[in-house]
Design a protein around this ligand. Structure first.
Ligand code: C2O
Ligand code: CU
Ligand code: CU
Length: 418
């Protein structure tokens, strides 16, 4: 063991867990947990995660948002067979941020993530401590997702049946409550749903202060009364409960069809505490990517003749390279979604890199979308433009819609960085 490497071991197995009160649900879980254990890594320090597949089914582990060498990126061509172990090497040469790891099995990622194969991977940087943000027990990752259960509490997965995934879970529990002290908390929100979008707000309308996005801290804090994020995206927020001694705050989702669904509840208890944490007015410099060398058009579409989901007319083929990108080039990608009849929402996720969002339907984006991103919504009947520069590794990386049922049905492609 060298001083500059951290080691982790994870066994991937089926397990019985209590998700719904009094019932045992069979899940696929990292360490048999739902969701998996949170792995904490350090910026600039290598981590080796030894994943042992103790299931009867193949799996492969992808670190979402990791600037990972292609051979450790969890490509579906590199499965961990039952009984096999693979060491994933993560250099963590990227800014501190909230990542997550999840299954990426060929055509199966939707089902296997839905059955539980997802967990947080947080890169921390001691240099960030001087900012004074809430830390320790006041820095809490929250994985939001939906699920569908039968009467016995078993998970029901049917491809693209998002209408029936009506049970909302936070860290694997249906609409939980969380006891908080009257002070500031940092919440690392992950949209871990396969297909559900969230527009989150607090029941009394008080602000969620966005401080981070997929790629780490924003330039400056951005307060919002509501935050929308799509599958795979992360938003770090600070919430100040000091004004609500002995009160309750409900986190609401208002995204769907004019309904308001409670996601979870915060119960503020205890007397005023000394809270030395703060949210500084500047978080970190945001360097804008320069002029573009290359322009690329990417079209996401439901192919109505085959029922498959395609990118630029093609369904995923792991032996085909769809785009070639020169390392170090700055590119503008125009990603569009012509699916209006019926309307099918998509987003785009790029492996191995973070990008900047230029605009959506010609309008500048706001809030967490002004930071570094690896996943962003592609509007129905419209387009989003992103600026991207691959610079860490050469080799093959996937990009896909992160509505995982869509990627599992073919809405995925790969590029080669040369
Ligand atoms: Cu989070 Cu290729 O995925
Ligand atoms: Cu990814
Ligand atoms: Cu999609």
């Amino acid at each position: 063991r060298s001083l500059t490497t951290d080691y982790y071991e994870v066994s991937i197995r089926e397990a019985q867990v209590e998700v719904l009160p009094g019932l045992k649900t069979t899940i696929m879980g990292y360490e048999g947990l739902f969701p998996g254990p949170t792995i904490k890594a350090r910026a600039g320090r290598r981590a080796i995660v030894k994943h042992k597949n103790e299931m009867a089914h193949e799996t492969v582990v992808h670190l979402h948002g990791g600037h990972t060498a292609p051979e450790y990126d969890g490509h579906p061509k590199d499965p961990i067979e039952p009984g096999e172990t693979i060491d994933y090497k993560y250099e963590n040469k990227q800014p501190a941020t909230t990542l997550w790891y999840h299954d990426h099995t060929h055509m199966m990622e939707a089902e296997m993530v839905f059955r539980g194969l997802a967990g947080f991977y947080i890169i921390e940087d001691p240099a960030e401590a001087s900012l004074g943000l809430p830390t320790g027990q006041y820095d809490v990752p929250l994985m939001l997702r939906d699920s569908r259960f039968d009467d016995n509490g078993q998970i029901v997965f049917e491809m693209d049946d998002f209408r029936y995934r009506t049970t909302l879970l936070v860290n694997g529990k249906p609409q939980p409550y969380f006891k908080v002290a009257p002070r500031k908390y940092r919440f690392r929100l992950l949209n871990g749903s396969n297909e559900r979008y969230y527009t989150l707000s607090l029941s009394d309308g008080s602000p969620l202060v966005q401080i981070g996005s997929d790629g780490g801290l924003l330039a400056a804090p951005i307060p919002a009364t509501s935050i929308t994020f799509t599958p795979g995206e992360r938003v770090d927020v600070v919430v100040d409960f000091s004004r609500y001694a002995d009160g309750t705050q409900i986190v609401l989702n208002t995204f769907d069809h004019n309904t308001t669904t409670p996601v979870m509840r915060f119960d503020v208890t205890g007397s005023a505490v000394r809270d030395v944490s703060r949210v500084p007015t500047r978080l970190r410099p945001m360097r804008r990517l320069g002029a573009a060398d290359v322009n690329r058009d990417i079209v996401f579409k439901l192919d109505r003749t085959t029922g498959g989901f395609v990118i630029n007319g093609k369904s995923f083929d792991m032996d085909r390279v769809d785009e070639t990108v020169k390392r170090g080039d700055t590119e503008i990608w125009t990603v569009s979604n012509p699916d209006t009849q019926p309307s099918v929402p998509h987003n785009i996720h790029l492996h191995g890199v973070h990008f900047q969002v230029l605009d959506r339907n010609g309008q500048p984006v706001e809030g967490h979308e002004t930071g570094w991103k690896d996943t962003v919504a592609v509007p129905v009947g419209g387009q989003v433009r992103i600026k991207v520069r691959y610079q860490d590794y050469t080799g093959r990386y996937l990009f896909h819609c992160h509505l995982l049922d869509h990627s599992s049905m073919g809405m995925m492609a790969q590029l080669e960085v040369v």
